[in-house]
Design a binder for this molecule. Structure first.
Ligand SMILES: [Zn+2]
Ligand SMILES: [Zn+2]
Ligand SMILES: [Zn+2]
Length: 138
């Protein structure tokens, strides 16, 4: 997504393309891994305060342009919403993050629903894997 399509993406979900929102989207776009509010403030080329960034992320997450990720750190992480489902493997020793695809959510949902007495449909999922990376093992 380039600048023009960020404007379009915001307009498509009924959000005004404010400067901070565009800026937060751009920082997340260039990041290879999910970022915290502090990461975004730090990596920002313009001065945005934490409250502004946090408010932007809240609005963007509600509009499903940004996804909140829980990687068991003591702060939330955020990344651009990805129409191709992906998840993360996190090193519990150094914190390095690798993406992975192919969680087979369709099969998992089906088997969960077969056993479920309370639900007949699933519309979202969250899954993160944790381990010790190769460089921390050797
Ligand atoms: Zn990710
Ligand atoms: Zn590691
Ligand atoms: Zn998935």
């Amino acid at each position: 997504m380039e600048r023009k399509s960020f404007v379009e993406a915001l307009q498509a979900v009924g959000l005004r393309a404010t400067h901070p929102r565009l800026h937060v989207l751009r920082v997340l776009h260039t990041a290879a891994v999910p970022l915290s509010v502090d990461d975004i403030v730090e990596q920002s080329t313009e001065s945005l305060d934490r409250v502004t960034v946090y408010r932007c992320l809240e609005a963007l997450a509600q509009a499903r342009l940004v996804r909140q990720v829980d990687l068991r750190k003591n702060h939330s992480l955020y990344e651009l919403f990805d129409e191709h489902d992906h998840h993360h493997i996190v090193c519990t020793s150094c914190g390095v993050i690798e993406n992975f695809v192919g969680c087979d959510v369709a099969a998992l949902s089906e088997s969960a629903l077969r056993r479920s007495t309370l639900f007949s449909n699933i519309n979202d999922h969250a899954l993160e894997l944790f381990g010790v990376c190769n460089s921390c093992t050797t």
